[in-house]
Design a protein around this ligand. Structure first.
Ligand code: C5J
Length: 231
């Protein structure tokens, strides 16, 4: 078992049955000049999570753990876009409209895809999700169960929206989730803070929280994490 110093207590996992899940690290949310920025958000708060996530991705790939990426978005014909989601916020430029990086949150568009720093490798499933939770209307659960995955290490954006929704969904499905505090991010500093507190409260009601360095240290101390080390 690999031991990570975490809160509210040590997180133990087996590299063969744990996966790294990177939530919605998409250009439109993270990069300056995208949809998130067009909504008036400070994207630098999200961009800050990319370098630690890159380091985690490198360490996890090196240890041979399974990696899954998710993207929030919709079909080009928007047939899977609920009316309520399209109308919410009374946005002048919203989902499906032309945006600075292509049609906003539409699959196949430049802004919808994952940031360059975290490009998925062949063999790392990319799960396209129409909602906030990565389990809703996707095959994520089937993908994880087919590999015998029981524990998730979670990075991504935004902390209080898609990360939280996914962790709550995972928790109800019986997965243990370790959320890496510096690899998740919110446009709102107070939501980042309270979002992390909510996960680890009440004995870890939704899961565990640790800084990425704790995970990287733990993997370094157990180099043969899965026996499937990639070069
Ligand atoms: C949002 C997400 N915030 N990935 N999406 O709309 O958190």
């Amino acid at each position: 078992m690999i031991k990570v110093a975490a809160e509210p207590y040590e997180f133990l996992f087996d590299g063969a049955t744990a996966a790294l899940v990177i939530i919605d690290m998409q250009r439109d949310f993270v990069y300056p000049g995208g949809f998130g920025a067009a909504l008036g958000n400070d994207t630098s708060l999200l961009l800050k999570a990319v370098p630690p996530t890159e380091r985690v991705l490198r360490a996890v790939r090196g240890a041979g753990l399974f990696v899954v990426h998710t993207r929030e978005g919709h079909r080009p014909d928007l047939a899977d876009l609920p009316r309520a989601k399209k109308l919410r916020g009374h946005l002048t430029v919203g989902i499906g409209d032309p945006g600075p990086m292509g049609r906003i949150l539409v699959r196949g568009e430049h802004g919808h895809d994952i940031v360059d720093e975290l490009t998925p490798l062949p063999g790392e499933p990319v799960v396209d999700k129409p909602g906030k939770g990565a389990f809703y209307a996707t095959d994520l659960d089937a993908i994880l169960r087919a590999r015998g995955i029981a524990q998730l290490i979670v990075c991504g954006v935004t902390t209080e929206v898609c990360v939280h929704t996914t962790v709550r969904e995972a928790n109800d499905r019986g997965y243990d989730c370790l959320v890496l505090a510096d690899c998740v991010a919110s446009y709102f500093a107070e939501f980042q803070d309270v979002g992390l507190k909510m996960i680890k409260a009440q004995g870890g009601i939704f899961g565990w929280v640790a800084d990425s360095s704790r995970l990287i240290d733990a993997l370094a101390a157990a180099p043969q994490a899965t026996g499937a080390v990639r070069t």
